[in-house]
Design a protein around this ligand. Structure first.
Ligand code: ATP
Length: 586
């Protein structure tokens, strides 16, 4: 906690936002004692700024500086009170609905939805007419009109948290429901609570000023909203008396700005991935002779001296370092290496799908004669999936949970050309059958499938546009060995039938040697050895490859009983064009 607060103070947006807000809080607290009474008629009406009245006088002859300073107190007090109440009510109702589920959820969600469809302004007017006048009326009106959105957000968060293992563990340990909500769920929503509170305070200040400006507040009180109301009534705009409304307007804008900065700072501190990455250098032009070489014949993909850097606080960090390899049509090229060696970064780099913090800083990727590193956004959209597709690591999260499989196939096909829904569904059935699934699953939802079935759907989707190369990034990591074997046999059969090449990424070297024609070994971002799988088994040259091989005892020539070694039994004949490749040692 103390650490989080220290980080908050060091954050630039938090520091600027916090300082501005602190200024207004101090102003609201002690300012009213330092200025004259804002309701006193102290001068002529519409008097411009002068030594006697720094911000001039309003249409009644009252001091604008006093009105601006005193107005801060009630405006901010109501803003923070509503921010806290709306967050509290929304969190309690949302978390209770999401965690308890069933009838409680039905009843609370119905109530929330009813409040969401009632327009806020008429509701505020009706409530305002029945409640006694004063700041508490504004707090009540804005809380009733504003809690429902928060309840929806907190319900969604509770729904996702309640299925997590630590909540199940607390239930198994015998904790009561109230304790689980208080000790397990709410602390895990601390950042959401923080940013909701700031966002709700922003809403409350804006809504309060808006209602008061329309004359729906207590016009006898001094707030920033009533200042603007009286400015309008006293024809400040018509008489061009800008000093009457500009100070209040600037104060409202500054408070809004400070709250927005704080909200953004909380988001960034609690989720570092949201933080804008430091600036990184653009792709540098071709520098070496090797990079300028044309693509060799008989090769579908040619990677030349590829370097990929991540921008970090401490400067660029090179995670892929002058990597070169080729893949022939119909070849399975395996990329092995320990965790963090840069395998996935290369896979994503080939499709130019790198995260914003990463850049291809050097080198070229040639696909069928096209320089992928030079494609613009439009050309990239046409290139991805149609030429090179990808099967992602996580079978669980690669499919959109709210679309049926048929719709996901339709989206993919429609993104690459005109197609009707009927045609897409027919193709989806064909593809599902091709990967060994029932075509009727076209109407199924992702949650109705097992992990292995989902990964088959991922493969069918990757083959939808008949690409020449499929990047498979650890596609079987989450699956048991039986499902893994079935899936890989299916991939090899499809490859033999359709002729696509595969870049297979995994840390599982035995699997890779059984599956691949050639294997590249990555160490710390460098490709230290490339050779045929057969030669690597018996004649690996690089010490790191030998170290990796020695970590798998069952790979010894006289031990063929390893968990994945019999995958190769199902492998069809060797692919063509391997002779064209420079698969020798590096
Ligand atoms: N946003 C980022 N900023 C800085 N470095 C990053 C970022 N994302 C990844 N990296 C670094 O890039 C390197 C390569 O990551 P990559 O995911 O490609 O490894 P990998 O070999 O696929 O590992 P694994 O098998 O565990 O998935 C790692 O050292 C990682 O720390």
């Amino acid at each position: 906690m103390r650490d989080s607060i220290r980080r908050l103070f060091r954050h630039r947006k938090a520091a600027v936002g916090g300082s501005i807000l602190l200024f207004f809080l101090v102003l609201a607290l002690i300012g009213p004692w330092l200025v004259m009474d804002p309701s006193d008629l102290v001068g002529r009406p519409h008097q411009p700024p002068s030594g006697a009245h720094l911000f001039g006088t309003n249409g009644q002859g009252q001091d604008v500086l006093a009105q601006t300073v005193v107005g801060a107190r009630e405006t901010l007090a109501v803003g923070f009170a509503v921010g806290a109440l709306v967050t509290l009510v929304g969190a309690l109702i949302g978390v209770t609905a999401g965690y308890l589920g069933r009838r409680v959820d039905d009843a609370l969600s119905l109530t929330t939805n009813v409040f969401l469809v009632i327009p806020g302004l008429p509701l505020a007017i009706v409530l305002g007419a029945y409640l006694p006048s004063g700041p508490l009326r504004m707090v009540a009106v804005l809380t009733v009109a504003g809690w429902a959105w928060n309840a929806r957000v907190f319900r969604a968060e509770a729904l996702s948290l309640r299925n997590r293992d630590f909540v199940a563990a607390a239930a198994v340990a015998g904790e009561s429901r109230a304790r689980i909500v208080a000790r397990e769920l709410l602390p895990n929503m601390a950042s959401l609570l923080g940013s909701s509170f700031i966002g709700n305070t922003l809403y409350a200040v804006g809504a309060q000023v808006g209602l008061e400006f329309l004359g729906l507040g207590d016009v006898g009180s001094v707030t920033w909203g009533t200042n603007l109301y009286w400015a309008g009534n006293d024809a400040a705009l018509l008489t061009r008396s800008w000093w009457i409304f500009v100070p209040t307007g600037v104060c409202i804008a500054l408070v809004g700005f400070s709250l927005t900065l704080l909200s953004s700072a909380i988001d960034e501190l609690t989720n570092p991935a949201l933080k804008a990455p430091p600036a990184v250098a653009a792709i540098t032009p071709v520098t070496s002779a090797a990079q300028a070489e044309p693509q060799p014949p008989g090769v579908v993909l040619s990677v030349r001296e590829l370097c990929i850097d991540y921008a970090t606080e401490r400067g660029p960090s090179r995670v892929v370092d002058t990597v070169s390899f080729d893949i022939a049509p119909g070849e399975v090229f395996g990329l092995a290496g320990e965790s963090g060696s840069g395998k996935s970064t290369i896979g994503y780099g080939l499709l130019r799908l790198l995260p914003p913090a990463a850049r291809i800083s050097q080198g070229r990727i040639l696909f069928d004669g096209t320089d992928v590193t030079a494609l613009d956004e439009e050309a990239l959209r046409a290139f991805r999936w149609a030429k090179v597709s990808m099967v992602f690591q996580s079978a669980m999260s690669a499919l959109n949970p709210v679309l049926t499989l048929g719709e996901q196939f339709h989206d993919t096909l429609a993104a690459h050309g005109r197609t009707t829904r009927a045609a897409s569904y027919a193709r989806a059935r064909e593809l599902l059958a091709m990967v060994g699934l029932s075509p009727e699953l076209v109407r199924a939802w992702p949650h109705q499938l097992s992990g292995g079935m989902r990964q088959r759907v991922g493969i069918a989707l990757a083959l939808a546009l008949e690409p020449k190369l499929v990047v498979m990034d650890e596609p079987t990591t989450a699956l048991d060995v039986v499902v893994q074997k079935e899936l890989l046999q299916r991939v090899l059969e499809l490859k033999a039938r359709l002729g696509f090449a595969v870049l297979f990424i995994t840390h599982d070297l035995p699997l890779l040697l059984a599956l691949s024609d050639r294997v590249g070994v990555l160490q710390g971002g460098k490709l230290v050895e490339v050779d045929t799988a057969a030669r690597l088994r018996t004649d690996a040259r690089h010490p790191y490859t030998r170290l990796l091989l020695s970590s798998f005892p069952h790979l010894n020539a006289d031990d063929a009983t390893g968990p994945t070694s019999n995958v190769s039994l199902a492998a069809p004949e060797r692919p063509p064009a391997l002779a064209a490749l420079s698969g020798g040692h590096r």
